[in-house]
Design a protein around this ligand. Structure first.
Ligand code: DOR
Ligand code: ZN
Length: 345
């Protein structure tokens, strides 16, 4: 039996949803993660500090008795976002970051940004007060192939935006390409990047080979194997640029197994077991703590957690449910297609 004890991890990109779904999924994140960056793509989105305050209260009241969890609230950047509201929310400690969705890039992103000039005032304010910007890095132009959207975003949007705002702290979220890894690595201290659990495990064959598999469809979509290998190398390297953001994004089975299925993999429940498996496969178990528990707080200027988590590699396969039942409906758990032997103790 092998055991590994690390500082308790945080999740730097999480979808908790609202209402019945929130109640159904929150306990799984709160069990393993001390804190999480909470994505604001609700319907309607979380756009003002007062929206975020109300959402935070709904999260805290959905938390089962006896569990501790700190939601780090994020505002959805729109072309109408008020820099004064952003500043007040950040300085009060309620708001941790802003999320930039290019309009149309993913689930509930229609209120996102079309004209970057319109948000320049907010970006300047954020740079001034040291507030990070979380970025969904994909262009949405219909003429750009979906598998190229991240690489094109770097050239057309991210790099010019960072040159215009060199003091702005940016998180490239859910990297899926070698180009993303290379850009993040060369970006200096103001640039960080999250990598999801599922993008370390699947490439695009999981979605498309041998029949269409909607539970592996997420955005940005998984790419070719060479990209997955670049992500694994980056995540397991110990480089402080990279940290876990699960992008655990629950949708009911009805909405996933659909003619126009929703994007998202639900990984809140098994992420830590799967990461231990991946890091062990790469011969880098010693760097799991940096990726899951140290690099994220460092980028966000927070202390790592005091508590610890112990992972145990057992002989028996860990018995995760294939689905969880929520009042909103069943949600399929991400299946890594290998036997999971690492359990969170
Ligand atoms: O797969 C995804 N699901 N990617 C996103 O960017 C959004 C998320 C969701 O909210 O369902
Ligand atoms: Zn997301």
């Amino acid at each position: 039996m092998t055991t590994l004890t690390i500082k308790r991890p945080d999740d730097w990109h999480l979808h908790l949803r609202d209402g019945d779904m929130l109640k159904g999924v929150l306990p799984y994140s709160a069990k393993d993660f001390a804190r999480a960056i909470i994505m604001p793509n609700l319907v309607p989105p979380v756009v003002t500090t007062s929206d975020a305050k109300a959402y935070r209260e709904r999260i805290m009241s959905a938390l089962p008795e006896g569990m501790s969890f700190e939601p780090l609230m994020v505002l959805y950047l729109t072309e109408d976002t008020d820099p004064a509201d952003v500043e007040a929310g950040f300085k009060s400690g309620l708001i941790t970051s802003l999320k930039l969705y290019p309009a149309g890039a993913t689930t509930n992103s229609q209120s996102g940004v079309r004209d970057f000039d319109k948000v320049q005032g907010v970006l300047e304010k954020m740079a001034e007060i040291g507030m990070p910007l979380c970025m969904h890095g994909e262009v949405t132009d219909g003429d750009i192939d979906i598998f190229d959207r991240e690489a094109v975003f770097i050239d057309r949007v991210l790099d010019p935006l960072r040159k215009r705002n060199p003091e702005l702290r940016v998180v490239m979220e859910h990297l899926t390409t070698k180009q993303g890894v290379d850009y993040a690595r060369s970006g200096g201290d103001n640039l960080g990047a999250t990598i999801t659990t599922h993008h370390l495990i699947i490439n695009r064959n999981a979605i498309l080979a041998g029949g269409i598999k909607p539970h592996y469809y997420c955005l940005p979509v998984a790419k070719r194997e060479e990209h997955r290998l670049a992500l694994r190398e980056a995540a397991t390297s110990g480089d402080p640029t990279f940290f876990i953001g699960t992008d655990s994004a629950p949708h009911t089975d009805e909405l996933k197994e659909h003619a126009c299925g929703c994007a998202g993999c639900f990984t809140a429940i098994n992420t830590m077991s799967l990461l231990a498996h991946v890091f062990e496969e790469e011969g880098k178990l010693e760097n799991l703590e940096a990726f899951a528990s140290l690099n994220g707080p460092q980028f966000y200027g927070l202390e790592p957690n005091n508590e610890t988590m112990t992972l145990v590699k057992q002989d028996a396969v860990v018995d995760y449910p294939a689905k969880i039942e929520t009042v909103a409906g069943p949600v399929t758990v991400f299946d890594p297609m290998f036997d999971v032997k690492w359990a969170v103790q």
